[in-house]
Design a protein around this ligand. Structure first.
Ligand code: GDP
Length: 199
């Protein structure tokens, strides 16, 4: 699938504000600084659609982008930022969980994982929570340009080993680098295939 048009649609501070339209949604989430904004911009051929390198934890809104007039890309706030207050964390957490548990339009939640880091507890907990609740997820290992050769494989392997402790069938995963424009075709094809299955 090609992205021929990508427009900012609207921001929401609560999933209940989201319109009851029927367009399918593909959402992106990950820890702050995982490379989510850069990835979204790469997918949409627009360097400034999602804001990159904001103060971690600052994006407290759900941002929706209309793609090809057909589906919505949903940019969810990052989780696991060290500096936010307890109240802020609670607010972010409920914004995220309410959306992913209750939004019927959600076709797939892409959970971004920094390929340069060993498996992070917070990512594993989040992924497992999604699994337990039957949320359709696909992992995306980001920043694969920063790793040399085998490290990416090792990173994926380590994460899979951790997840196998909890999952019978592991979730799908893809690899990406916004820096080197890697993974764009694969991610868009993944979305394209999911859209085809809807009709
Ligand atoms: P977000 O907080 O998850 O939205 O992450 P950003 O997209 O703002 O990126 C966080 C930092 O990682 C920035 O300094 C980016 O330049 C850097 N970054 C993002 N994607 C990549 C990538 O694919 N490769 C490399 N090397 N750096 C990246």
């Amino acid at each position: 699938m090609e992205v021929s048009s990508a427009k900012f649609f609207k921001s929401y501070s609560d999933h209940l504000q989201m319109e009851n339209d029927l367009k399918p949604e593909f959402a992106f989430i990950g820890r702050s600084n995982v490379g989510k904004s850069s990835l979204i911009n790469m997918l949409c051929n627009n360097k400034s659609l999602a804001k990159t390198s904001q103060t971690p934890g600052k994006t407290k809104l759900i941002n929706r982008f209309l793609i090809n007039e057909k589906w919505h890309l949903v940019d969810l706030p990052g989780y696991g930022y060290a500096r936010a207050s307890k109240d802020d964390k609670k607010q972010f957490d409920s914004l995220i969980t309410n959306y992913i548990y209750q939004r019927e339009n959600l076709c797939c939640l892409f959970v971004l994982i920094d390929s340069r880091l060993p498996p992070q507890k917070i990512d594993i907990e989040f992924i497992n929570k999604c699994g337990e609740s039957g949320i359709p997820i696909c992992l995306i290992f980001t920043k694969i340009d920063k790793d040399k050769g085998k490290h990416v494989e090792e990173s994926v392997e380590q994460m899979c080993t951790e997840l196998k402790k909890y999952w019978d069938k592991l979730p799908d995963y893809l690899l990406s680098s916004a820096e080197k424009a890697l993974g764009k075709k694969e991610i868009l094809n993944y979305i394209g295939n999911a859209l085809k299955q809807l009709v």
